[in-house]
Ligand binder design. Structure first.
Ligand code: NAD
Length: 352
């Protein structure tokens, strides 16, 4: 029955873990390990039903496969959920039990931080397994690396759209001045771009305006800013039926996950409006690169260098979309699928 369920059908392994003593209820989904061991965070969420948790982990683990493949990493896609209210269920004992669960998968799944799980949790998990990244002894906050990948992608979009490799005449509107948005704004202004930014937190806007030469606007006004590039770096679904008609930009390229409310329909709507969309999962891969490099014992500088290549890869996807008459999202998905297919054809045995 389970093998035929359409939502499971392309996942390699879905494992349920429970531990009565600590109250652990967890699902680990390994979507695809053709390119390498699966890596993805563990989120702790009080789902209404186990089926809701299952749907979430299946969807998220599939997305990790595409993200790793499109980032040219030797890595597969996985994700895990721990079911329950983090405020109530989290304890060192529970995280240790979860660490043992991860360990028994023998390295096919590597875990990391995600919604409601942080560095301190990874430290506890690391007492039970080596297959964890994002610990306090790791490569540190991945956000600046993520921001750098988005920056290099904006450079590529500018080069493609305006035929120039300088940002001095480019105006970028940034939504969200959190860990990624702030770093991005600073890097852009350092390279001569004009930045207009917003955040729901006034202090973050003031801090940015003090640090670099950036304008700020009220949160809802960001969609109407007359700019070249709009960079959503706050939350998912920023691009939707309501906001697309308001956009005054030529490019949408930001760090937020799931920028498009309805992925394929809104990718097409942006293309129809003549707006170049740089797929979020391609350009925000700097975070994944950082934790993967931590796993490989590489250093932070190497992670920045790898993030720098995201823009070049994006350019090949943009060119392919143009040649094939598809959206860049379709071209990115095809790029990822072809990497997996090629590796799958040439080596059945897992080499990692
Ligand atoms: P963050 O929580 O540090 O920052 C988000 C910012 O958005 C906050 O400053 C918040 O006040 C602001 N915000 C919330 N609602 C807003 C609104 N309506 N208008 C304007 N600003 C608003 O998060 P982050 O780590 O900077 O990540 C930003 C996005 O990028 C998230 O979607 C995240 O999932 C994604 N992402 C982050 C990384 C990373 O390395 N941090 C990697 C990949 C993807």
């Amino acid at each position: 029955m389970a093998f035929n369920a359409s939502d499971h059908s392309d996942h390699e392994q879905v494992t349920y873990f429970s531990d009565e003593k600590t109250g652990l209820k967890s699902i680990v989904s390994i979507h695809d390990t053709t390119l390498g061991p699966s890596l993805g965070g563990t989120r702790i969420v009080d789902y209404d039903t186990v089926d809701e948790a299952l749907q979430d982990v299946l969807r998220l683990s599939r997305a990790m496969t595409y993200k790793a493949a499109a980032a040219d990493l030797e890595l597969g896609g996985g994700k895990a959920v721990i079911v329950g209210d983090p405020e109530k269920i989290k304890s060192d004992e529970l995280m240790r039990a979860y660490g043992q669960a991860v360990d028994c998968l023998g390295g096919r799944y590597i875990t990391s931080v995600d919604v409601n799980s942080g560095i301190e949790d990874m430290d506890v998990i690391s007492e039970e397994t080596d297959h964890v990244v994002g610990t306090s002894t790791g490569l540190g906050d991945p956000s600046p690396v993520t921001a750098h990948g988005v920056f290099s992608s904006i450079e590529s979009c500018v080069e493609h759209s305006y035929g120039t490799d300088t940002l001095s005449d480019v105006h970028v509107a940034i939504q969200g001045l959190g860990k990624v948005g702030h770093s991005l704004a600073v890097e852009l202004t350092e390279h001569g771009a004009a930045v207009t930014a917003t955040d729901v937190n006034d202090h973050k806007m003031e801090a940015l305006a003090e640090e670099c030469n950036a304008e700020t606007v009220a949160p809802d006004a960001i969609y109407d800013v007359d700019c070249d590039v709009f960079a959503p770096c706050a939350f998912g679904g920023a691009i939707n039926d309501e906001t697309i008609p308001r956009l005054q930009c030529d490019v949408v390229a930001g760090a937020a996950n799931n920028i498009l409310e309805d992925e394929h329909r809104h990718a097409q709507a942006l293309a129809d409006a003549g707006i170049l969309y740089a797929p979020d999962y391609v350009i925000n891969a700097g975070g994944l690169i950082t934790v993967y490099y931590e796993y490989l014992d590489r250093d932070r500088q190497e992670a920045f260098e790898a993030a720098d290549e995201i823009g070049d890869r994006l350019l090949t996807m943009i060119e392919r979309a143009e040649a094939d008459g598809t959206t860049v999202l379709d071209a990115a998905n095809a790029y990822a699928e072809e990497r997996i297919e090629t590796k799958g054809r040439t080596s059945f045995a897992r080499s990692w």
